[in-house]
Write a protein that binds this ligand. Structure first.
Ligand SMILES: Nc1ncnc2c1ncn2[C@@H]1O[C@H](COP(=O)(O)OP(=O)(O)OP(=O)(O)O)[C@@H](O)[C@H]1O
Ligand SMILES: [Zn+2]
Length: 620
């Protein structure tokens, strides 16, 4: 690729980079060193201290400044003659419109969320500008090429839902530490400190209550006559002792599994009353509830230590007590937050006590926090490798070297001796509603559902549109916008609140709606078909969208740090699943499948057996 043609396409190219974070810093440096001369960067963020370990264009003195602007200045120091145009802005802003995108020869994404990625994908398709997309998660990474009509677009394959666990694994038969973490943060923490009205799968019947058939007392409610120490110990004995005894009584469950051991406070903390006295004062001086810490109370400092069962039990009781003494206002409104120290301490201790009961190895607070918060620590080298691959693909795109486009996956462990796995790009998905014009089909009960239901359950969450206009033929049924007058907005609101069968244009049953989002330059048609009944368990939305391949649900895409995939776990009462973000790469699985058909003559990057320090290019 070091031909004069290569240099001229690089020199003449106008490139847009979106994101100046971990990948973006590496990318800007590599672009500049590769000879690119006209680079535009959009990033909406300012620099934070936590960025400095890997976003090497930034220094301590830059904290609080625009990433895009500082990245520009840093690179101009060693390449002063090139043009770098920074935008400290959200790529979704309306000034980055179709005309803005059309001026570029290629767009390079170094983003961290699905929403922005989908937006850029849509604008690139509309502007017919090739997109090189990327993502990293720890050691995993990927670079993909998206050229309209030639390769699949970023959205041709729906992104898989976060990994889920069956409720019974979490409530009764955990076999991994992550199951204990999900139990501690989704069930126990929520039961004690979250919204009391939410459905929860914890067993709330105590031994006493079970015997009285009429009235079931929720054991998690603090009794009037109970002090906080007594309450903590009662909860402890209930969840780690009594509930395990209950589970053990079902012999069938344990035929092929190790039986758990009930843990009672009298065994794990025989000296509990003296241990828990008066330590709370160590937190007494702080007025900031976010600094309250059970570890501080108990004089435990190192988050990397693996606590014994006894230490976990002390932390459990102390954290519960501190919530009631120092954070009472929050109780009833909390959800687990990885940046809430006391919550992390409580969840770590609870997960460890449960793990000990089930014979699962215990973990440190540091490790537990990583698992509970879905934190995968960024690896600077992965970002650097991915940035290099983005530039390689960008150059092929600029040379229009279609046959040599590759999607490349950076793996954590070598597979068939390869650490970098290049794969020929997939063809566009003919049923993709984003890059093809194939209409979607929506089955819906037209006598019960309203237009607003379609907007809230389908158009915004599933189609990812933020400012939709809904049309039937040339009639506008729904639209939003600051410039619309009040009467018009009121008439749209009234239509949105009408059941579909009463909208005059849809009265005759089957019909087609056209949905557009001007900000995304996206248009898609949806055929509406009446269906009387839906399965509450499997079709909780009361409507079903089809015509676009559905995603596999068991694995996530490791190279995508999008919040959409890192969303906090929720317990869906309808689906009866507890979810957790898996770390295995769905893309890797796709790559492995596709590997079967890779041409032997590909430029594979090999890792020598027994030599884990060097990459070797295969000799051809
Ligand atoms: N809609 C958007 N418009 C512009 N820039 C965006 C948008 N969404 C994300 N970004 C930028 O993409 C970059 C992604 O970089 P990276 O994944 O390293 O995240 P980070 O926020 O810098 O680090 P971390 O999340 O690991 O602390 C960030 O700098 C972020 O500001
Ligand atoms: Zn597509």
């Amino acid at each position: 690729m070091d031909s004069p043609h290569h240099f001229s396409v690089v020199k003449g190219a106008k490139v847009l980079m979106v994101g100046a974070g971990g990948i973006g810093c590496e990318l800007l440096k590599t672009l500049a060193l590769s000879g690119f001369q006209d680079i535009h960067i959009i990033d909406m963020d300012t620099i934070e201290v936590s960025n400095l370990n890997r976003q090497f264009l930034f220094r301590q003195s830059h904290v609080g400044l625009s990433k895009a602007r500082v990245a520009r200045e840093a690179v101009l120091k060693f390449r002063p003659q090139i043009s770098i145009t920074p935008y400290h802005a959200n790529v979704k802003d309306s000034n980055f419109d179709l005309d803005f995108f059309k001026q570029f020869n290629v767009v390079l994404n170094g983003l961290d969320n699905l929403d922005a990625r989908r937006h850029v994908n849509r604008l690139c398709l509309a502007a017919e500008v090739p997109l090189v997309e990327s993502g990293t998660t720890g050691f995993l990474g990927q670079v993909t090429v998206h050229v309209k009509g030639k390769t699949e677009c970023y959205e041709c394959q729906p992104k898989p839902a976060p990994k889920t666990y069956p409720v019974c694994t979490i409530t009764s038969t955990p076999s991994k530490f992550v199951h204990c973490i999900v139990w501690a943060k989704e069930l126990l923490f929520m039961k004690l400190f979250g919204d009391k009205n939410q459905e929860n799968d914890l067993n709330v019947r105590s031994g006493d209550a079970a015997s009285s058939s009429n009235h079931v007392e929720d054991v998690f409610e603090r009794r009037n006559d109970e002090d906080i120490d007594q309450y903590g110990k009662r909860i402890y004995d209930h969840v780690f002792g009594y509930n395990i005894e209950m589970a053990l009584s079902n012999e069938e469950t344990w035929k092929n599994r190790n039986r758990p051991k009930p843990v009672y406070i009298r065994d794990s903390l025989p000296d509990a009353p003296t241990q828990q006295n008066g330590n709370v004062e160590k937190n007494g001086t702080t007025n900031d509830p976010s600094l309250v810490s059970a570890m501080a109370s108990l004089g435990m400092k190192n988050p990397q230590d693996i606590w014994s069962l006894k230490e976990n039990s002390r932390i459990f009781l102390e954290a519960l007590k501190l919530f009631f003494l120092k954070r009472e206002k929050d109780i009833g409104n909390l959800t687990f937050d990885k940046d809430d120290q006391l919550a992390v301490e409580f969840v770590t201790a609870a997960a460890n006590i449960r793990a000990s009961s089930f014979g699962i190895p215990l973990h440190s607070l540091f490790e537990a926090k990583g698992i509970a918060g879905n934190i995968v620590h960024a690896v600077a080298t992965t970002n650097a490798i991915i940035a290099g691959l983005i530039v390689i693909e960008a150059i092929k795109v600029l040379q229009n070297d279609t046959k040599r486009y590759r999607m490349t996956y950076c793996l954590e462990h070598p597979s068939r001796k390869m650490l970098l796995m290049p794969v020929e790009p997939f063809e566009p998905n003919k049923s993709c509603y984003v890059c093809s014009e194939t209409p979607l089909l929506l089955e819906i009960n037209m006598h019960r559902s309203k237009l607003i239901d379609i907007i809230e359950k389908i158009v915004k969450p599933k189609l990812g549109m933020t400012s939709p206009t809904i049309m039937h033929g040339s009639d506008i049924l729904y639209e939003t916008g600051d410039d619309l007058d009040e009467d018009l907005l009121a008439s749209y609101a009234a239509k949105a609140d009408t059941v579909l069968s009463e909208l005059s244009c849809l009265m005759n049953g089957g019909s087609m709606l056209t949905i557009t989002d001007l900000f995304q330059e996206l248009r898609c048609d949806i055929n509406i078909k009446h269906r009387e009944a839906f399965d509450e368990e499997k079709e909780p939305d009361g409507m079903v969208l089809s015509g676009w391949n559905q995603a596999p649900s068991e694995e996530n895409n490791g190279g995508d740090k999008s919040p959409d995939n890192n969303e906090k776990e929720t317990v869906s009462s309808k689906k009866r699943k507890l979810s957790e973000d898996g770390l295995q790469s769905e893309e890797t699985t796709r790559a492995n499948k596709k590997l079967e058909v890779i041409d032997e003559d590909d430029d594979l990057v090999m890792l020598d057996d027994g030599d884990f320090g060097t990459f070797k290019k295969r000799q051809s």
